[in-house]
Design a binder for this molecule. Structure first.
Ligand code: ADP
Ligand code: MG
Length: 697
């Protein structure tokens, strides 16, 4: 695949299947091109003399120097047309024709042919089943959409063609301008990763937006997005968030991970901003395209109405942002400038009779405060206020201070011209204060993405051969489910485990127990028992005198509660002081799109009840391992809540990194749980293990 530069900036575009028939796709595409395109348009149709005043060529081979061929012919001939494009040296092909993988097995076979041809000729192929592509840079509109976008710095890709037309129509009224637009169609060749990369290199694209239903190649996308988001924000709506498909998982990690967790994790790792609604997608686009990034996350609010000011304050509380507390000098100045009855503390209430001058003075003072990173200027209509003058004042203040701003104009028709004026200057306006705050939060989120260190993968020294031997031995036994008998695997990867042994008779249990201290932990070992404590298969704090008896009891319980379970023996393990630490879980599962996923969370026997977990796509470097520790709700427990000692987070992050490496090195590990990883002030210890093996893929 070559660069996509000529796809979006061609000089000569051919429509294969151009048509004079009103209402046909070939007609709409040709008309759109003729209406907007700065370059030349070629019509190809062997059955027509001329289309919309262009004389028709019989085939692509007769038209030379075509940069982009738009294919709008029936599916049965589309593949041949694409081959011909390849043969005559056309680099970019946009296949609008439908009837491929979305249409049964015959269509799927046709799509495979298309992919093979694209590979053979190194074609940049968009679609099939695409609405087409647009680029305002050269007035390219190679689509059958009814609307042509205004020019701007947002580039947009959509997996749904219908969504493209809806969005363009909607954006037309909201002064949101586009650079490139692409309807991805079936993504047979070019997919979201390719466009993210292209737009990341495009100096005219400031914001990348996408509507996705899935990601074709998860890892390629993450790699592209991870690089691009360091320079250009990528905001995505990914539909299909609620996924009911709870698989028959043999681990906590597998049970908790749905496919959406993988997207969530991958997007976060790559710095992609994920939004949930179409409204948020375009709010994010408008503010990212129009406003600078904040250098602090504290928000100032200036309002002429108390109630809405409080609503805005609440909205700040619902985000990760905080309400700015003003420096004394700011308070003094506000006090001197504002009338009796005004509130100088944030949210600053300049009261209902405020004219524009008072708005401007107060805004100027708070934007000058070093603690203020962003601001919301909120106005309700009053007799003393001209909204359009206010718009001018806000724009002036924005330019003077360079602080990101959002405006809330709580009115209807009377706000329209002010909103237009602000939008033209890049200041977004809203009716609802919570939307304004959410948009500012998006800016702050992106600022964090820009500031974070790059995700360097960490390579730990491990004994890979020893780990391989453990897995090979299991496979030779025909075992696909392993438990604590495979603790060696963790040791080989440098993960601390308690001292212990699996034994198969009471006398041996006693011998091991003697070596391990006055009291030990004993666990039944069986590939068929998923969660040992559920059947009374774990005894914690067994005194030496009771080891023999406990051996018999554990085996008997296993036989009683799960008569068909194969019992391999009993593990006798060193007793750890669990009260001195926090039980966490580190796990692995595999996602069809993204590969190994690593989970971290609050551990113990209630993992699936609490679901306080977070995921990353492996490899998980130190930056992300540390971020995972902070993302769970129980993070304060790790930092020593309620007088406890803070745990060794370095050690915990290292366990995550080492498990990520294990999962990457051994694709045969389908699922893995270490629950608990006991985190204490001294370190992190893997106390239990469960894993499922699959055939090497
Ligand atoms: P399972 O998860 O199959 O029920 P575990 O080995 O995780 O079995 O043990 C269950 C619980 O018992 C752990 O969450 C922990 O609270 C406690 N436990 C297990 N091993 C030890 C140990 N070596 N020292 C102290 N407590 C332990
Ligand atoms: Mg466990």
């Amino acid at each position: 695949m070559g660069s996509l530069a000529t796809l979006f900036a061609p000089e000569r575009v051919a429509v294969v299947g151009a048509s004079d028939e009103e209402g046909s796709v070939g007609h709409a595409v040709t008309r759109n091109l003729l209406e907007h395109f700065a370059g030349s348009v070629v019509a190809v149709n062997p059955n027509q003399e001329a289309v919309l005043g262009l004389s028709c060529y019989d085939s692509l081979s007769e038209a030379d120097a075509v940069d982009v061929a738009v294919v709008a012919v029936p599916p049965a001939v589309a593949v041949d047309v694409v081959r011909e494009a390849g043969e005559v040296g056309v680099e970019n092909v946009v296949v609008i024709t439908a009837g491929f993988s979305e249409a049964g097995s015959e269509g799927a076979a046709r799509e495979r042919d298309l992919v093979a041809i694209a590979e053979e000729y190194d074609l940049n192929l968009v679609g099939p089943n695409s609405l087409g592509v647009m680029s305002t840079g050269v007035g390219l509109n190679a689509t059958f959409a009814p609307t042509h976008p205004t020019s701007g710095s947002v580039s947009f890709m959509s997996q749904s063609g219908a969504f493209v037309t809806a969005v363009l129509d909607w954006a037309a009224d909201r002064s949101l301008g586009f650079k490139d637009v692409v309807s991805l169609g079936n993504k047979a060749v070019l997919d979201e990763g390719d466009f993210v990369r292209e737009w990341g290199d495009d100096p005219d694209t400031d914001v990348i937006l996408g509507y996705l239903e899935d990601v074709a190649d998860g890892r390629a996308f993450l790699e592209a997005a991870g690089e691009v988001t360091r320079e250009t924000p990528v905001v995505l709506v990914k539909s299909g968030r609620t996924d009911a498909g709870a698989s028959a998982a043999a681990s906590h990690t597998g049970a908790i991970a749905g496919s959406d967790r993988a997207y969530e994790a991958g997007f976060r790792q790559a710095g992609v901003l994920r939004v949930e609604t179409v409204q948020e997608l375009f709010d994010a686009a408008a503010i990212l395209a129009g406003q600078p990034l904040p250098d602090a996350e504290a928000v100032a609010i200036v309002t002429n109405a108390g109630g809405p000011g409080v609503l805005t304050t609440d909205a700040v509380g619902d985000t990760d942002l905080e309400l700015a507390s003003f420096a004394d000098a700011t308070l003094d100045r506000l006090d001197a400038e504002l009338p009796e009855g005004a509130n100088v503390y944030n949210p600053v209430d300049i009261i209902g009779d405020a004219p524009v001058e008072r708005f401007e003075t107060a805004t100027d003072i708070v934007l000058g405060d070093p603690n203020v990173g962003m601001a919301v200027v909120l106005a309700c209509p009053t007799a003393t206020l001209s909204f359009s003058d206010l718009a001018d004042a806000v724009v002036r203040q924005q330019e003077t201070h360079g602080t990101p701003l959002a405006a809330v104009l709580m009115g209807g028709r009377s706000t329209q011209s002010a909103a237009d004026r602000l939008a033209a200057a890049g200041v977004p306006t809203y009716f609802d204060p919570s939307r304004a705050v959410r948009s500012l939060e998006t800016l702050a989120e992106y600022a964090r993405v820009r500031e974070r260190p790059p995700a360097e993968p960490t390579a730990f020294e491990v004994d890979r051969e020893r780990a391989r031997a453990v897995l090979d031995r299991a496979r030779d036994r025909g075992a696909d489910r392993l438990g604590v008998e495979a603790m060696d695997l963790l040791e080989a990867y440098g993960i601390p485990t308690p001292d212990g042994e699996v034994v198969d008779d009471p006398a041996a249990a006693e011998r091991v127990a003697e070596r391990l201290g006055d009291e030990v932990v004993m666990k039944v070992v069986s590939p068929d028992i998923l969660h040992k404590s559920d059947i009374g298969g774990v005894e914690v704090g067994v005194p030496s005198g009771e080891v023999r008896q406990t051996f018999e009891t554990l085996v008997a319980r296993a036989r009683r509660y799960q008569p068909d379970a194969r019992v391999l023996g009993v593990q006798v393990q060193e007793l750890l002081d669990t009260d001195a630490g926090t039980e966490t879980i580190v796990g692995v599962t595999r996602d069809p799109q993204f590969g190994p996923l690593v989970m971290f969370g609050l551990g113990g026997i209630f993992v699936e009840v609490l679901e306080d977990t977070t995921f990353r796509v492996a490899p998980v470097g130190e930056r992300d391992a540390r971020a995972m520790l902070e993302e769970i709700d129980a993070a304060p427990l790790l930092h020593g809540a309620r007088g406890r000692e803070p745990v060794d987070t370095d050690a915990l992050a290292e366990v995550i990194g080492r498990i990520s490496q294990l999962a990457t090195d051994f694709p045969a590990i389908a699922e893995l749980d270490i629950n608990p990883v006991l985190a204490t002030a001294e370190g992190a210890t893997a106390v239990d293990l469960r894993l499922t093996l699959e055939e090497e893929p």
